[in-house]
Design a binder for this molecule. Structure first.
Ligand code: SF4
Ligand code: SF4
Length: 623
């Protein structure tokens, strides 16, 4: 048998973290850890009820698939026997006659097809015998595997009250193995997924070789294209069952065993479905000395609604279908033969034992629970809404599960809502800041644009002014390539420069070394290197005398020069004036000393020179 996978597991590819499995699990067997992306089923805590499988809408909860195992058995040398649960009646409503269903199983490759209701009859008789000899001890039926696991794991103190009898599936397999020999492969087909685990408990998984749910059987029918219309009718193989066909009903086994069921004389209480079962176990544990009844428990609302069936609704229609099927089967039954079969097979040993496996987690200390309550925003009891949205009956129970490490606060609806509101507020603030930043960006872009326009117009203005200056201006880079020059500079340099300027306006990119002699451009090199200005130096250039001032603009990278042609009429007069002023400035002290020594004569010299300057200035103005 396939032992590798746990009975139920979560397919992480399909899981959408809705946590519906966590909420529905009645024993907190599914943990949600902050560090894990998806919930995980803790196999040791799981009771195999299948509620998570039924409840998960993205179908992320999966169960151990036995189809390949069954296909291998069907194609092997071994004879194969199908053991079929009477729950076929409420499941295969699309097949018109149960004999067609048997024919389809034979078409799939089964050599024998047996009904499990005979096993029910055998076990029902065992129960009737057990309760008749109970002598004040009260039993809980052990036919439903999740009920057995629930008691072994969460009510171990009730293990001694579990009826020590195998289930009908096991009883039927024992009969079939006796009939055909140990080598026949027995495959149980039914509504219960946890039968797959139950099968492992007997003879190392060799009593029931495999278990197919109705879901898997339908898939095999589809795979091998087996349909009702393609097969002949076929009858089950004997021994046939009697009222065991009622087994899918919660009280079916009680009825099959002929145990009294009326309120006043019955000594068996039947409880089915999660809520009833939990209440029943609680009451059994506490008040059995008052109740004085045996408990017949099924985790589902009877096996007519098992998790391995295709659908899980229409409870009352299902009841009717079970009843009709049982009446039909019982109507066809040879009672005398059944009696003989019962006598023969009831000699088998149907006893079993149990394995208490306490999975209860001690209740966390009150401080730890209060701490969780505080985290989920239930600071005082008024805020404990007990809305049940988390899947727990009260906020306190949920907080306790979180404190046990089996749940996370995010499963609480109000906690999430509060977090969501905080998140929305944060989002709102972020959006506001974003809008402010956007506006600031727009403003600064507009400012930058305005500044750029201003800089451009300043640059244009400067360019125009430079162009109009009578003084030559040139700006060069550290390779002495011209970055800018004005018309006066071009005029000073002469015809060669004018020809170049016709092609390259402003001589941009021209090499200063090709336009000026070494002694001049070397001065530019000096300024660039030393980052020192050279002020007002006179150089002979061709037939002219140039006065040049060079100054650094960007250290070691760019420098500019102001060049005046001292022989040009515009500069000449101004230059004489400047030079005389300079002479007077420089010699003023000396002149004053001489004046002191020579008397008024020296100051007359100064006056004379000053008058030359003034008259020159006037001449320039009137010209
Ligand atoms: S099968 Fe049942 S017990 Fe196991 S995890 Fe699912 S809901 Fe819980
Ligand atoms: S009630 Fe039946 S189908 Fe449901 S878990 Fe129990 S045995 Fe399985």
């Amino acid at each position: 048998m396939n032992e590798r996978k746990p009975i139920f597991y979560i397919n992480e590819q399909k899981c959408r973290n809705t946590y519906s499995c966590v909420r529905v699990c009645p024993v907190n067997a599914i943990e949600v850890r902050a560090q894990k992306e998806h919930p995980t089923i803790i196999e040791s805590r799981c009771i195999g009820c299948g509620l998570c499988f039924i409840d998960c809408s993205p179908r992320a909860v999966e169960f151990r698939d036995s189809r390949d195992e069954v296909k291998r058995l069907l194609s092997s040398e071994r004879k194969t026997a199908a053991l079929v649960s009477p729950s076929i009646a409420p499941e295969f409503v699309d097949i018109t006659d149960y004999r067609k269903f048997v024919g389809m199983l034979r078409a799939l490759g089964f050599d024998y097809v047996h009904e499990d209701s005979f096993g029910v009859d055998l076990i029902a008789a065992e129960y009737a015998d057990l309760v008749s000899k109970a002598e004040g001890k009260y039993y809980i039926t052990a036919n439903c595997p999740p009920i057995v696991k629930l008691i072994e794991k969460y009510h171990p103190e009730l293990v001694p009250n579990l009826a020590p009898l195998v289930s009908p599936m096991i009883a039927t397999a024992m009969v079939v193995k006796e009939l055909y020999g140990e080598d026949v492969a027995t495959i149980f087909i039914g509504p219960c997924i946890d039968n797959k685990d139950e099968a492992h408990l007997y003879r190392g998984g060799k009593l029931v070789d495999s278990v197919l749910t109705f879901i898997e059987l339908r898939q095999l029918f589809d795979e091998f294209e087996i349909q009702e219309r393609t097969v002949k009718m076929s009858e089950f193989d004997p021994p046939y069952g009697n009222w065991g066909a009622l087994y899918p009903l919660p009280a079916g086994i009680v009825q099959a065993g002929g145990i009294k069921r009326d309120f006043f004389t019955s000594n068996v209480i039947t409880a089915a479905g999660k809520e009833e079962v939990f209440e029943a176990l609680n009451d059994f544990g506490q008040y059995i000395d008052t109740i004085h009844h045996h408990f017949n428990l099924f985790f589902c609302h009877g096996c007519m609604l098992g998790p391995g069936m295709e659908r899980h609704s229409e409870r009352f229609r299902r009841r009717a279908l079970v009843r009709l099927y049982a009446e039909k089967r019982v109507g066809l039954l040879d009672k005398a033969q059944w009696q003989k079969d019962m006598e023969r097979w009831s000699k088998l040993d149907f006893s079993r034992s149990f394995n208490p496996n306490d999975q209860r987690i001690p209740e966390p200390p009150a401080e730890a629970i209060n701490e969780v309550l505080k985290i989920i925003g239930k600071d005082n009891p008024d805020e404990e809404l007990n809305c049940g949205a988390c899947g727990y009956q009260s906020c306190r129970e949920f907080a306790s599960t979180v404190a046990k490490g089996l749940a996370v606060p995010e499963m609480c609806h109000t906690f999430n809502l509060r977090n969501k509101q905080e998140y929305i507020e944060t989002l709102r603030q972020t959006n506001r800041k974003l809008a402010e930043t956007k506006k600031a960006l727009k403003d600064s872009q507009e400012l930058a644009m305005r500044e750029k326009e201003m800089a451009q117009s300043a640059s244009d203005m400067m360019h125009n002014m430079l162009e109009k200056l009578p003084t030559g201006v040139v700006i060069v880079d550290n390779n002495l390539k011209i970055l800018h020059s004005n018309q006066s500079f071009i005029n000073i340099i002469g015809e060669d420069a004018k020809s170049i300027a016709d092609i390259i306006p402003g001589l941009v990119g021209a090499d200063l070394k090709t336009l000026m002699p070494f002694n001049i451009y070397n001065m530019f090199t000096f300024v660039l290197k030393e980052d020192e200005p050279v002020v007002s130096k006179d150089f002979r250039f061709e037939d002219n005398m140039l006065n040049i001032s060079i100054f650094p603009i960007r250290k070691n990278k760019i420098c500019g020069a102001i060049i005046r042609d001292l022989f040009s009429p515009e500069v000449q007069g101004e230059e004489v004036t400047n030079r005389v002023s300079e002479v007077i400035e420089k010699n003023l002290e000396m002149v004053q000393k001489i004046g002191f020594l020579l008397g008024e004569g020296a100051s007359e010299t100064e006056q004379m020179l000053n008058s030359i300057i003034e008259s020159y200035k006037k001449r320039r103005v009137t010209r």
